[in-house]
Write a protein that binds this ligand. Structure first.
Ligand code: SF4
Ligand code: SF4
Length: 125
């Protein structure tokens, strides 16, 4: 049991200590540099080896050949567990983690994003 004197010291200490929590979502969350958020794809770097697909534990990533040396990438953000194994497996650095984590959607199919080969732009199903 904590003695009242010791407890009072802890209470006073905590009044002046900087809070360990943040006021999210009212204050924007600042994620650390190595945070593993949404995966993005750089089509110009991809060689279609599909190592990312082979190593993904969740079956969340698909690479499709759509032309001569042209590949598009579909990532199901609903299946992805944000382990970044695909990023580590890609020797061409065609996949990258971001700090983006606010990815919720009301419909499951809205969580499938496709990075197009020519533009790298994203479309949702
Ligand atoms: S591992 Fe990299 S280069 Fe290979 S298919 Fe996946 S994204 Fe493309
Ligand atoms: S981050 Fe992990 S789960 Fe998500 S696509 Fe890459 S390997 Fe698969």
């Amino acid at each position: 049991m904590i003695r009242p004197g010791k407890m009072l010291k802890q209470v006073l200490d905590s009044i002046f200590r900087k809070p360990a929590t943040t006021n999210y979502p009212f204050t924007k969350a600042v994620m650390p540099d190595k945070f593993r958020g949404k995966i993005i794809f750089h089509p110009e770097k991809c060689i279609g080896c599909k190592m990312c697909m082979r190593d993904c534990p969740a079956g969340a990533i698909q690479i499709r050949k759509i032309g001569d040396k042209k590949f598009e990438c579909e990532i199901d953000l609903g299946k992805c567990i944000y382990c970044a194994q695909c990023v580590d497996s890609c020797l061409k650095k065609a996949l990258e983690t971001t700090k983006e984590f606010e990815l919720a959607a009301l419909e499951r199919n809205k969580l499938k994003v496709t990075y197009h080969a020519d533009t790298g732009e994203v479309s949702k199903e």
